[in-house]
Design a protein around this ligand. Structure first.
Ligand code: GLV
Ligand code: MN
Length: 196
């Protein structure tokens, strides 16, 4: 989904003082072999309310993907863990499952819900911009590696976007949207804020 590159190599200079669509390239005289490799071998920290760890390999962590229109994450889920409903505004997602049993759900703009339980060796495809989630429904930790056709897919979590913004969205918006009282909204806000 990203624009095409205009040169062979453009390792991101993350500290550059100018801003462009993406990042400026560091000088080619400073490029090393390490710029083309990134380590996703470590399991992330699963001790959180969701039992999930997303280790991102976007341009911020892996400057080598700058201008290449591609990036890869690592996702670990504890038993029962969830990667909550979210979307990527700038990217489709193609993911390979390495370990475990995971319920993948996709929700279209027409609110059609597609889902499947997938296991090691299977790919799942999330169309660009659609809400999706992954839930570990097996008896061991889940591991999968999502790849994106963007160096910076962006990740927007539905629950955070409504209940954990800075500053908070006025309660009136949320009570009128969800057709419930302040106490319900306050309870959700408190739970989500303390989980992050
Ligand atoms: C998983 O869906 C991810 O976006 O990392
Ligand atoms: Mn995703």
């Amino acid at each position: 989904a990203d624009p095409d590159p205009l040169q062979d190599i453009c390792i991101a200079d993350l500290d550059a003082k100018i801003s462009v669509n993406g990042f400026p390239c560091k000088p080619e005289t400073e490029v090393t072999s390490d710029d083309f490799f990134f380590d996703l071998s470590e399991e992330g920290n699963l001790s959180n309310a969701f039992g999930r760890a997303v280790t991102e390999g976007n341009v911020h962590e892996f400057p080598g993907v700058n201008t290449q229109g591609i990036s890869t994450n690592r996702v670990d889920l504890a038993v029962g863990g969830i990667n909550p409903p979210h979307l990527h505004p700038r990217s489709s997602e193609s993911s390979i499952v390495i370990r475990g049993t995971v319920l993948v759900g996709i929700i279209t703009t027409d609110n059609v819900f597609y889902s499947k339980v997938v296991t090691a060796g299977m790919l799942f495809l999330i169309p660009r911009g659609l809400v999706h989630f992954q839930l570990n429904v097996g008896k061991e930790n889940v591991l999968f590696f999502p790849s994106f056709n963007s160096q910076l897919p962006g990740t927007q979590f539905v629950h955070s976007s409504l209940f954990n913004t800075t500053p908070p969205i006025p309660n009136e918006v949320l009570t009128k949207t969800f057709l419930v009282g302040d106490e319900v909204i306050n309870a959700i806000k408190a739970a989500i804020t303390s989980a992050h």
